[in-house]
Design a binder for this molecule. Sequence first.
Ligand code: CDP
Ligand code: CDP
Length: 209
Amino acid sequence: MIIAVDGPAASGKGTIARALAKRYGLPHLDTGLLYRAVAATVLREELDPEKEADAVAACDFPDSLLDDPWLRTDDVGKVASVVSAHPLVRASLLQRQRRFAGQPGGAVLDGRDIGTVIAPDADVKLFVKATPAIRARRRHDELRRNGANVSYDRVLADIRARDERDSRRADAPMRQADDAALLDTSFLSIDAAVQRAVELVEARKAAQA
Ligand code: CDP
Ligand code: CDP
């Protein structure tokens, strides 16, 4: 069973993808981390994220970088959204994601284009959303918990800018696949959102059986 989970920043897709992977005993890939690793390499080597050739050179990062907590910061997330718009960067990360999705037994992948480009034949597709204000509140709470001193307005502006870039790019823009189930987590607790996701997976499985 391949499960594709897409959606914008702080919609709750990562939390849902991890919970589904655990429940169904499947390996999980957070594909955003791959773009974040490219971004971190661009930053560390003082390359220009707007230049496609610079961003492509940064695709050759070591696997060990994926464990670096720095990747999860908002500065890296912002640059990830810039490098991810380059078609050659997306092409360079494509095979790795397809291989992961093609493992015997299946996998859960979360990102922006899993249901549309990486695994268009996925058994289950979820598109997770929540209002920008609620996503900014979640991200702001998260940053505060980690000791960052940043205003809510700043976080909201960053989220809006990233939504805009990710959905407007020409190559593999963020969008709900035609056959994806929509899950709005705006007014759901984590537990309720996960429960809803499980219901949607079970409904798909029943429909396919
Ligand atoms: O966790 P959050 O939703 O904030 O971001 P992420 O999933 O780690 O993704 C960081 C950036 O990588 C996104 O803003 C996208 O620009 C890019 N990305 C993408 O283009 N395609 C994916 N499948 C996953 C991430
Ligand atoms: O992966 P993505 O960026 O879409 O979001 P996430 O990392 O799963 O969730 C972002 C933050 O929102 C985390 O701190 C979650 O605990 C929180 N969250 C929430 O408050 N309510 C939900 N229904 C889902 C996530």
